[in-house]
Design a protein. Structure first.
Length: 134
């Protein structure tokens, strides 16, 4: 189990996933995360994902990962993520990767039919139009 040390607090990952909504705790977690080696940031974000995917995506935006690692996480979550994550993936990753790169990657990945449907739904058919324009 991962223990997160923030400021003067230590908390287990499942507790952190519940998020208190406390701005100071969020700030401390972001600072703690950025202080980790890149590989550990990726492990942490992957482990947080099933507990609270929205928070995991918010932290990814603050994690200061290299572009290749952001692309890796996007590909991973596209393949492994539940279709209910589609809207949040678009909302959080499109600004990180850039619109063109985001849809290029999404169109190259093998998605579940439901994930593909939801990605298209939330962005008005953009995924299918991108795939047709390859």
């Amino acid at each position: 189990e991962i223990m997160v040390v923030t400021g003067v607090q230590t908390c287990a990952l499942p507790i952190l996933a519940l998020r208190s909504g406390n701005a100071q705790v969020d700030k401390d977690v972001r600072q703690w995360l950025v202080g980790l080696p890149i590989a550990e940031r990726l492990v942490f974000l992957k482990q947080l994902w099933p507990l609270n995917f929205r928070y995991s995506l918010r932290l990814l935006q603050a994690a200061q990962l290299p572009r290749q690692k952001n692309e890796y996480m996007f590909r991973h979550w596209l393949r492994a993520g539940h279709h209910n994550t589609a809207q949040e993936l678009i909302k959080r990753f499109e600004p990180v990767l850039g619109e063109r790169k985001f849809w290029q990657i999404a169109s190259q990945e093998t998605l579940s039919p439901t994930m593909r449907e939801f990605m298209n739904y939330y962005d008005l058919g953009r995924l299918d139009s991108q795939a047709q324009g390859k």
